[in-house]
Design a protein around this ligand. Structure first.
Ligand code: COA
Length: 312
């Protein structure tokens, strides 16, 4: 869709992360690594691991929190999109399982999954915005949910230290006073530098270079297209993959690190769940004023990438 202007109101958000913690110290006992290496190279201290919960369980729990937070009438939900690359079943979709778990049975609801890897939540928001804009749907439940631990090779120190499990959800509606600008894209990846078969495989340095480049370009293009001055940005919520990638984006964009919301130390990289979990935590911590703008930015396998600005 490239650059695209529309309207979207964030009505509520929620998150759920499993109770089970896998710390760097725990990983020292499993693979040849150290807390010092992981912390200094990635910023991650610990991550959450599902303990029997499925992707649909995590997604449902995050959705329930979003509904309960504002007492949302769940009968307004007529669109459910779950961004995930780790569905618990090949079919039905995680979104359909969430619909069942939430007991949503209204005529005309549609529910489907979307796989755009770690950019999935932003892709899903863009798709939802277009559907709400067309008038076919009114209330959208957008979720990012992953159980990456089931596709993580805990013998491979290059990847197993990076990922965690969790889910984040947002309820969104159309609102003509809340401008939303999207800049999403996908780039060919002949060498499959980041892919998943039975396990996650990655050329870490190539992914690092790609990520650093596209965070900068996605946000620069977005700000120019939307005529948004940097001073208007309340917070940037980047995909939480590596603290060094976030710091390099801060330098390249000349936007202070304090403007970036960071929780990677607690959860590691939860792929499509990372941005909605961070969004929900950020909203717990910050008081948002009307017309405040936030920016979400992500990148991942595909190679997918992109950013969006949302207005409060
Ligand atoms: N513990 C200790 N040593 C490790 C290690 C670990 N967990 N993982 C790798 N190493 C070693 C490597 O084997 C290598 O050793 P060598 O020099 O003897 O060969 C050394 O550390 C340096 O490896 P390198 O790959 O150059 O490290 P790096 O500084 O590039 O950091 C990543 C590796 C994965 C942290 C970094 O490349 C990265 O974050 N890339 C982006 C990943 C990402 O964001 N993926 C998801 C995108 S959605």
């Amino acid at each position: 869709m490239g650059l695209d202007k529309g309207f979207l109101k964030i009505v509520s958000t929620g998150r759920y992360t499993p109770d089970k913690v896998l710390s760097n110290k725990d990983l020292e006992k499993i693979v040849d690594t150290t807390d010092e290496w992981i912390t200094s190279r990635t910023g991650i201290k610990e991550r959450r691991i599902a303990n029997g919960e499925t992707t649909a369980d995590l997604a449902t729990l995050a959705a329930q929190k979003a509904i309960e937070k504002v007492g949302y009438d769940k009968n307004n939900i007529d669109l459910i999109i779950v961004a995930t690359f780790t569905p618990n079943l090949k079919s039905p979709s995680v979104a359909s399982q969430v619909q069942t778990n939430l007991d949503l049975d209204k005529q005309g609801i549609i529910a489907f999954d979307l796989n755009a890897a770690c950019t999935g939540f932003i892709y899903a928001l863009n798709v939802a915005e277009r559907m709400l804009h067309s008038g076919t749907h009114r209330g959208a439940l957008i979720i990012g949910a992953e159980v990456i631990s089931k596709v993580t090779d805990y013998q491979d120190r290059n990847t197993c230290v990076l990922f965690g499990d969790g889910a984040g959800a947002a309820i969104v509606e159309k609102d003509k006073t809340k401008e939303a600008i999207f800049n999403i894209s996908s780039k060919e990846d002949q060498d499959l530098i980041l892919h998943v078969d039975d396990y996650v495989h990655m050329d870490g340095q190539k992914v690092y270079q790609f990520a650093s480049r596209v965070i900068e370009s996605s946000i620069k293009e977005l700000l120019a297209y939307g005529n948004i001055p940097k001073s208007k940005i309340k917070k940037i919520i980047p995909h939480q993959a590596n603290i060094r990638i976030i710091k390099s984006a801060s330098r390249a964009l000349d936007i202070p690190l304090e403007s970036f919301f960071i929780n990677i130390h607690k959860y590691g990289n939860t792929s499509a769940a990372s941005i909605p979990i961070a969004l929900d935590e950020m909203l717990d911590e910050e008081t948002m004023e009307t017309e405040d703008k936030i920016i979400l930015v992500g990148f991942g396998a595909g190679l997918t990438y992109g950013a969006c600005s949302l207005t409060f």
